[in-house]
Ligand binder design. Structure first.
Ligand code: FES
Length: 145
């Protein structure tokens, strides 16, 4: 039997975390290869419904990461993202999505090793939780009832 390799989707901002992930690569720091990065101009532009879409499309875990507080390239986008995350967590509880599968973090362009740590830790956590299939079990009828 082959070992479970989770599919992790990372929604990151262009200016800090994406550059940090790039630094991870140029520094040749090894990290789990099963993360797919989706780049946004800013975490403030991330529509959290994309996270549910990622789960519905087969993701087992999600990382949302951007600039540290007060470092956002657009001044306050990351504060909007953090507020939306607080509300989205409650929505996840309501929909039955285990929020341990979603990691929210700040990674700057100079924190390549931190990015590697976050990906590796998330990967280990998702392996412990197992594949995420409960979203698929919900039909539209289940949600409406
Ligand atoms: Fe990075 Fe806004 S530009 S969080």
């Amino acid at each position: 039997m082959s070992e479970f390799q989770p599919k992790i989707v990372a929604f990151v901002c262009n200016w800090c975390t994406y550059a940090g992930a790039d630094l991870t690569g140029t520094s040749r720091i090894k990290y789990s290869p099963n993360v797919r990065i989706v780049r946004f101009p800013c975490t403030g532009r991330i529509d959290y419904m994309l996270l549910t879409k990622a789960f519905a499309s087969g993701a087992d875990g999600i990382i949302v990461s951007g600039c540290h507080p007060n470092d956002c390239h657009y001044t306050s986008g990351n504060f909007y993202a953090r507020r939306r995350w607080i509300v989205f967590k409650k929505l996840c509880d309501f929909m039955g999505i285990d929020t341990r599968r979603i990691v929210f973090s700040w990674v700057s362009a100079a924190e390549g090793s931190k990015w590697a740590d976050i990906v590796n830790t998330t990967n280990e956590e998702i392996i412990k939780l197992g594949p995420y299939d409960s979203y698929h079990k919900l039909s539209t009828q289940d949600i409406l009832e």
